[in-house]
Design a protein around this ligand. Sequence first.
Ligand code: P1T
Length: 381
Amino acid sequence: MKLKIETLAIHGGQTPEPVTGAIMTPIFQTSTYVQPGVGENKGYEYSRTGNPTRKALEDCLAGLEGAQYGLAFSSGMAATDTVVRLLKSGDHVVCGNDVYGGTFRLFDKEFRRFGFEFDFVDTTDVKALEAALRPETRLVWLETPTNPLLNVSDIRAIAEMLAGRKNRPLLAVDNTFATPYLQRPLELGADVVVHSTTKYLGGHSDAVGGAIAMNDTALYERLKFMQNAIGAVPGPMDCFLVLRGIKTLHLRMDRHASNAEAVANYLSDHPKVKTVTYPFHESHPQYAVAKKQMRNGGGMISIVMNGGEEAARKLAEGTKVFALAESLGGVESLIELPAGMTHLSVAASPLAIDTGLVRLSVGVEHVDDLLLDIEQALGKV
Ligand code: P1T
């Protein structure tokens, strides 16, 4: 039976625990497993290699992405790091020019040191992406929608462009902002999906984690080998928290989106706000692609204030329900200034963010309270 994503979010990868019938996957808080004889085991030997709580999460994540395989990591960055390690010195990566600051930092400050080469391009422009490809390009890294500018790249069009190439590079999509409820990159032709499960998948701002989903068996085996060899694995408690968060993913994402749509509409009519970016707002430059590729517009909004950095700062420090904090995707609304907070690592680079940009992670509180909060904070600007 092919289950729908709402059902997979609740049941995927999970069966009642056989000894007691516990319906919730237990937190197998153990580092090792007693072996009946030398070299014999019940599927688990050491928790860096495998753990039943992690396995349930990995299978659940795979189900959500429509993937054969899932792997869980200790953070989104650990998942990204592991994918890039598929490459070797001298290989070339084409990456979006508007990605999470930590992704840029890892590529530019760490992997470059080891002889990897990167070009950062506007991946909303398939021709620009194609022009950046070289014979030694082994990986195309997309984020869509991007963090923090919410640019939307056409995954299917990019996959089709790559499909015709000799020595086709891998197409990896960071699906953190959309989640598999809104967008399933593997079905659109991507090879690998990466997540920071810290965000919407976990959904409650109580765990840091990452994930990779894929269909190709050889690719899975290579990444699973690296997961164990490198060791950036999540603990069972964090796996449990993400599994529990995922159960309400669909409910939360619908509310995040309806609240964000109302906030985006309110802000786009406000005289103190210069621009509002929201994927499902008609003014979005890739509105048509977003509508085609995503179920709804998600919970993230970026705005640029008319009064620049000072106005942005006053707004972010003036809200009462929206908390001033990094991260995103939790049930509570957050507000931040990427240039000075989450994307500090791209300052003074070609990826630098407008200092007047404010990023909102719209939570699932009552929409009236969110609108009133923004209204009162704008009043202080
Ligand atoms: O924080 P971590 O779980 O390691 O995930 C890194 C990461 C990867 N990809 C995207 C799109 C992300 O947004 C992040 C983390 N982002 C933030 C912490 C932030 O506030 O934007």
